[in-house]
Design a protein around this ligand. Structure first.
Ligand SMILES: [Zn+2]
Length: 215
């Protein structure tokens, strides 16, 4: 690499790994040897790709305890094969018990969706958040402070993504056989670290509305 700064940044990543290897070597619990054989996490976390919202740290979970999918603004898009594959594997193979959609206040993706500015290819992804705004336009428009507007849309977006998750065939088919699969919506306050439950947990398809609930 010709660029010294770039080289130094990469070296720090490798150094970080050497420190992690030392930590793993010193661990005498045998948990890393156990993890090398397989995983059985109880939680699937679908969060924002934002670097400030790491699933494990926020929930106090160790390696092996959370299966994670992250994208811009923690979206559940029904044609997203990456998300669907993660969900299918988590629910049907790993048999996770909790799926958490985790949004966060100050989300740049949601803020961008409330502007008329073009950002490139991501605009087509953000259109899904504009659709959530369209469902709640009256409520959002009535909020004067822009930051409050964005933060309210962040909460509403999480609830909408919980609904989207519940309406997948994957979750509904799992509910036919199991009563131990809960879908939750939560929001993170980066400044305090607090994770707030938005009170929109589903454990069956009874409240999805007739056309959404598969027989
Ligand atoms: Zn975000």
């Amino acid at each position: 690499m010709g660029n010294k700064e770039l080289e130094l940044g990469f070296e720090k990543i490798l150094q970080g790994n050497r420190e992690w290897v030392d930590f793993v070597k010193k661990d005498e619990s045998g948990r890393f040897q156990q993890l090398a054989k397989g995983q059985s996490p109880e939680v699937l976390w679908i969060g924002c790709a934002d670097s400030r919202v790491p699933a494990n740290e926020i929930t106090g979970k160790k390696p092996g305890e959370v299966f994670v999918h992250r994208n811009i603004a923690n979206m559940v898009i029904h044609s997203d094969m990456s998300m669907l594959s993660v969900l299918d594997y988590a629910v049907n193979v790993l048999k996770v018990k909790h799926v958490i959609i985790a949004g966060h206040y100050g989300c740049g993706g949601v803020a961008a969706s409330l502007s008329r500015q073009q950002f490139g290819v991501i605009d087509n992804w953000l259109c899904h958040i504009k659709d959530v705004y369209r469902l709640h336009a009256a409520e959002i428009d009535a909020i004067e402070n822009h930051e409050d507007k964005v933060n309210r849309l962040i909460e509403l977006n999480v609830k909408e993504q919980v609904f989207n998750l519940c309406t997948t065939s994957i979750v509904q088919n799992a509910w036919k056989d199991r009563d131990d699969l809960a879908i939750h919506g939560m929001v993170i306050n980066i400044g305090t670290g607090e994770l707030t439950d938005l009170g929109c947990t589903f454990t069956n398809n009874e409240d999805l509305g007739e056309v959404f609930a598969y027989k």
